[in-house]
Every structure is written in structure tokens, then in C-alpha cells.
Design a protein around this ligand. Structure first.
Ligand SMILES: Cc1cc2nc3c(=O)[nH]c(=O)nc-3n(C[C@H](O)[C@H](O)[C@H](O)COP(=O)(O)OP(=O)(O)OC[C@H]3O[C@@H](n4cnc5c(N)ncnc54)[C@H](O)[C@@H]3O)c2cc1C
Ligand SMILES: NC(=O)c1ccc[n+]([C@@H]2O[C@H](COP(=O)([O-])OP(=O)(O)OC[C@H]3O[C@@H](n4cnc5c(N)ncnc54)[C@H](O)[C@@H]3O)[C@@H](O)[C@H]2O)c1
Length: 489
């Protein structure tokens, strides 16, 4: 048995807070997979490095809209992969070497799976027992694989089996000619854009009536309409069975029951299937139940507002969690914020002496107000705050303005490309409750609205109290703000 002052489980956002403040502690870092976790290795970073060229390829293919004669002639897939993963892999090994080498003599890397066998005790896959005074759980989430006839879940993401998740699809040696994507959430849509943009024949199987079905209904409807213009989508459908023939895969479909009696093809044949049906927190594989920690209905580890892990509703002294394993938002910027909070609170706790003795008043609370997100598709989608429906349900006297991109000068420059900015505000307080955008660079033009919500500014102040560069695209945001109606002051 080996004892440490601090055990960190997971090197995604967990790896970010461990700085000089903790150099006096004897620390173990458990990581069973790639150093740097999901975002660096199989998430945000490589996906966007594929999205960008896919968007350029799509623009080249469609540039006749702007009176240009360009064409897309194909992608050098191995070269694109090499450019992306040379960079990603170097950062991964750099992070591992830094933590494993002489520069961090107080840190031991445990490069294997661990699972809890007690409140402050874990066992490694090779059978070693590790105890620690304090523990930070940052073990993330994993893809969900829905059961279906003919599918061997254990073979998904293994060599030679043509069914993939986001963990493996980007490293596929040959770009598939035909790809079936199951799911219509963020991962499904981003990969549909990547592969279709780069020349693959993509078919999306969506259970619900709309794509990106959990976002504001009007924006989701607009996105669905735009996406279906150049992608094949079967909505209201689910996979009934899989069958395999050499390296080919076929799926049969059936109505999901969410869109009535839909007309579906008898069978879809493909070179690859991508399953993108959500990600579940890694609480089961980590056996956090054996530690006595509370687990929420959606499998998240239960934490309080100071990121302390709870057991029977009370903080476990010296045990914190962050990121996808416990967060209501599976987003990197949220995981990073939570890691910063955990780092500060852990430092307070260590300075105070015994685990759990850090004064409550000195511990930071996490901020989950106005959490934004974006979907890097073509067109992009971005959102912050609540939807119109949520605002009405919450009892707000709601003002809504929907402004088209094509209404502003930059939209004309873009040959009236489609896109909308929708802002939901409270008529009495004039505060922005939510903003929902579908269109070119939505992830960028939403930022002034995120800022306004974060700093609690009034919509009319934001619209009129600053310059908006003419004729830049954010004028569509300015006009949406100006179009909101408020009660008389
Ligand atoms: C395809 C994809 C694209 C994404 N794109 C974006 C994006 O554009 N923007 C955005 O904000 N978010 C994006 N995300 C989400 C983002 O990647 C995650 O929210 C974030 O990485 C979560 O960080 P984390 O530290 O909680 O978990 P992770 O980064 O997953 O780290 C958890 C680590 O714990 C390790 N681990 C787990 N269990 C054990 C165990 N029992 N023993 C030892 N080690 C263990 C894992 O190996 C892993 O390295 C994307 C996700 C995916 C899958
Ligand atoms: N740009 C970004 O910020 C970004 C990109 C990728 C992933 N992520 C994060 O990763 C998380 C996971 O992404 P995701 O796309 O896997 O999840 P998601 O929750 O966004 O979408 C899941 C999809 O799978 C469908 N689904 C669920 N169960 C199903 C089943 N049994 N059969 C068929 N369809 C089923 C849902 O209807 C939905 O369309 C996201 O919620 C997001 O937080 C973020």
C-alpha cells in the first residue's frame, strides 16, 4: 500500500490546477489513457482542426453562390491526420513527460486504471492499493453505446470493426466513402460536417423530430432546415439491427415513434458507422459508489457549489471533483473553470491543516451562470442562457427579437447566406435571458451577449452604449438588441 498527500484521478482538466502551490505535497496522478484527456486527444481540439478544413472545402464546393468558379477536388486524408495528430500527440507526450520526469519530483504518475475500494482508497488495475489524504476526481465521461441486435459493444473502437465513437473515428486510416452517423446532438452534427465537407457520403439517423433537439426550438428548426439542404438525414428513426460483411457494415432502421410513421430505407450500407448518442460520467468504472459518494440520477458524481464531493449530502473532507464526471455542462471551458475553483479550494484546505478544515467562507463557489456553448458545423450554432420556452415557463414577461443575417450589410456581402440571431430578454428588467444563433461564425458573434449576461448589463445599454463596427457581422447582434421591446422605464 502506498500513501500520498494528494491523489488526482484524470489528466484532462484535472491536470490544470496542479501548480507550485502543491509542490510541497507528495502527489499521485492516475491516468489510464492519453495524458490531457478528451479535449486534447479526441475532443475539442482535433475536431476543430478537422472542422476548419471541412468548412473551407464546403465553401470551395459552393462558391458559385458568390459568382466564383472554384471546386473541391478532395482531401489528402493521411496528411491532414498527420498535421493534426503530430501536434496533439506532442502535447500529450510533453504533458506526460513533465509530470513523470525530474521537473516534478513530488509527483508520481500511475499510468493505469484505478477504482475506489473505500472513501480514500483506490486499487490500481495491477493490484496496488493507494491511499491519500485528499483526492481530486476528474475522471470525465465516456461515449454511450446503445444496445442493438448484431452489435458487439466491446468491439466498438477496436481494429477491424467498422463501428466507431468519437474516441477513434478521427484516426481511421482511410476516410470512409459512406458513413452512417447515429445521433443528432453536437458530436453527430460536427462529424457529419467534417466528413461530408471532406467528401464522404454521410447519412444521419436522428431519433427526434429536429436536429440539435435540446436547443431553442426556433433555432433548432432553422438549423435542421439548413442542414438538410446538403446532408441526408432520417429523422424520427432509430437503428433496429447491425450486420457485417467483411469490412462493410449495414444497419436496418425502424421508426423511433417520435415523428409518427416515417418513410425509411430498408437498409443502409456503409464503410463505417459512428455512434454519437451522448456521453455518460465515468462513475461506474471508477466505482465511486464503493467509496460511499453520492451519485445523481444521470450518473454524475454529486458535488456542492464549492466542488466538494458529497456523501449522504455532506462534503467528504478533502475530496473534490470537477469536469464531466460531476458537471451539469459537458464542456471544456466549464471543466477548466471548475478546475480553477478546485485548485483554489484545495490550496485553502491544505493551508488549513487537516482535510476538510478549510473555512467555508474562504472556499470559492463555482459560477454556472450564463454558460455558453457552440456547435462547429456549417452553419455554426451558438447559445447562452435560457431558451424562449424556458423563459416563459419561468414566468418572465418575455421580449423576443429574431434578426436575420441577411438584414445587415455583411449579410448582403455574404450573398444573403441564411442565419438568425434570436435574443430573449425580460421586458421589465431589460436583462438578456438567453441568446441563440445559427449562422456564419455564430461562436464568435455571440461573445458580446455572453459578456452582457456575465456582467449583468441591460440589453438596451449593450446596444446603445458602445460602437458597433460598420459594416461588420456583429451588426446583426446590435440590430437584434435594438429590436427588443421593453416596458416603459
Ligand atoms: C468529440 C468531442 C468534441 C468536443 N468538443 C468540444 C468543444 O468544442 N468545446 C467544448 O467546450 N467541449 C467539447 N467537448 C467536451 C470536452 O472535451 C469535455 O467537456 C472535457 O474534455 C471534459 O474534461 P474532463 O477533465 O472532465 O474529462 P476528460 O478530459 O475526459 O479527462 C478524464 C481523464 O480521466 C481518465 N480516467 C477516467 N477514469 C479513470 C480511471 N478509473 N482511472 C484512471 N484514469 C481515469 C481518462 O482516461 C481521462 O484522460 C468535446 C467532447 C468530445 C467527445
Ligand atoms: N462544440 C462543443 O462544445 C462540443 C462538441 C462535441 C461534444 N461536446 C460535448 O459532448 C457531449 C456529448 O455529445 P453527444 O453529441 O454525444 O451528446 P448529445 O447529448 O449532444 O446528443 C446525443 C444524441 O444522441 C441521441 N440519442 C441518445 N440516445 C440514443 C439512442 N439510444 N439511440 C439513438 N439516438 C440516441 C439523442 O437524441 C441526441 O441526438 C455534449 O453534450 C457536449 O456537451 C461539446
Amino acid at each position: 500500500m502506498t500513501h500520498f498527500d494528494l491523489l488526482l484521478i484524470g489528466t484532462g482538466s484535472g491536470n490544470m490546477f496542479l501548480d507550485d502551490r502543491f509542490s510541497g505535497l507528495n502527489v499521485a496522478i492516475a491516468e489510464e489513457w492519453h495524458f490531457g484527456g478528451t479535449c486534447l486527444n479526441v475532443g475539442c481540439i482535433p475536431t476543430k482542426m478537422f472542422v476548419y478544413p471541412a468548412t473551407i472545402a464546403e465553401q470551395a464546393a459552393e462558391a458559385n453562390r458568390y459568382n466564383l468558379s472554384t471546386d473541391f477536388h478532395g482531401v489528402d486524408w493521411p496528411a491532414l491526420q498527420k498535421r493534426i495528430f503530430d501536434r496533439v500527440d506532442a502535447i500529450e507526450s510533453g504533458g506526460r513527460d513533465y509530470r513523470s520526469g525530474d521537473r516534478q519530483p513530488n509527483v508520481s504518475v500511475v499510468a493505469e486504471h484505478v477504482e475506489f475500494v473505500g472513501e480514500k482508497t483506490v486499487r490500481t488495475a495491477s493490484g496496488e492499493t493507494i491511499t491519500a489524504d485528499r483526492i481530486v476526481i476528474a475522471a470525465g465521461a465516456s461515449p454511450v453505446i446503445p444496445e442493438a441486435t448484431g452489435l458487439e459493444p466491446k468491439l466498438v473502437d477496436t481494429d477491424g470493426y467498422p463501428v466507431f465513437t468519437s474516441n477513434s473515428i478521427m484516426r481511421i486510416p482511410q476516410r470512409p466513402e459512406r458513413l452512417v452517423i447515429i445521433g443528432s446532438g453536437i458530436i453527430a452534427m460536427e462529424f457529419a460536417h467534417v466528413f461530408a465537407g471532406l467528401g464522404t457520403e454521410v447519412t444521419v439517423i436522428a431519433r427526434g423530430p429536429r436536429l440539435l433537439g435540446t436547443i431553442d426550438e426556433e433555432v433548432s428548426t432553422e438549423f435542421t432546415e439548413l442542414f438538410e439542404r446538403n446532408h441526408t438525414v432520417h429523422r424520427g428513426a432509430e437503428v433496429a439491427s447491425y450486420s457485417f460483411d467483411n469490412d462493410q457494415v449495414s444497419v436496418t432502421l425502424r421508426p423511433s415513434g417520435r415523428l409518427g410513421d416515417v418513410d425509411l430505407p430498408a437498409q443502409l450500407d456503409a464503410d463505417a458507422v459512428l455512434i454519437a448518442t451522448g456521453r455518460t460520467p465515468n462513475t461506474t468504472s471508477l466505482r465511486v459508489g464503493d467509496a460511499g459518494f453520492d451519485i445523481l440520477d444521470d450518473a454524475r458524481l454529486s458535488v456542492d457549489s464549492r466542488q466538494r464531493v458529497l456523501s449522504q449530502g455532506r462534503p467528504v473532507p478533502g475530496v473534490f471533483a470537477l469536469g464531466d464526471i460531476s458537471s451539469p455542462h459537458q464542456l471544456k471551458h466549464v471543466a477548466n473553470h471548475e478546475a480553477a475553483v478546485v485548485g483554489d479550494n484545495l490550496a485553502v484546505d491544505v493551508a488549513a491543516g487537516a482535510p476538510g478544515s478549510g473555512a467555508e467562507a474562504q472556499l470559492r463557489e463555482v459560477n454556472h451562470h450564463a454558460v455558453p456553448g457552440a456547435v462547429f458545423t456549417s452553419p455554426q450554432v451558438a447559445y447562452v442562457g435560457i431558451t424562449e420556452e424556458e423563459a416563459r415557463r419561468a414566468g418572465h414577461d418575455v421580449s423576443v427579437k429574431v434578426q436575420k443575417y441577411a438584414d445587415v450589410a455583411y449579410g448582403w456581402a455574404m450573398a444573403d447566406d441564411p442565419g438568425i440571431v434570436k435574443i430573449v430578454a425580460d421586458r421589465a428588467t431589460r436583462k438578456i435571458l438567453g441568446a441563440h444563433i445559427v449562422g456564419h461564425e455564430a461562436s464568435m458573434i455571440i461573445q458580446p451577449l455572453i459578456q452582457a449576461m456575465a456582467f449583468d448589463q441591460r440589453a438596451d445599454e449593450v446596444a446603445k452604449g458602445q460602437y458597433w463596427i460598420h459594416p461588420a457581422l456583429p451588426e446583426v447582434v446590435e440590430n437584434a438588441l435594438l429590436g427588443l421591446e421593453f416596458n416603459d422605464a
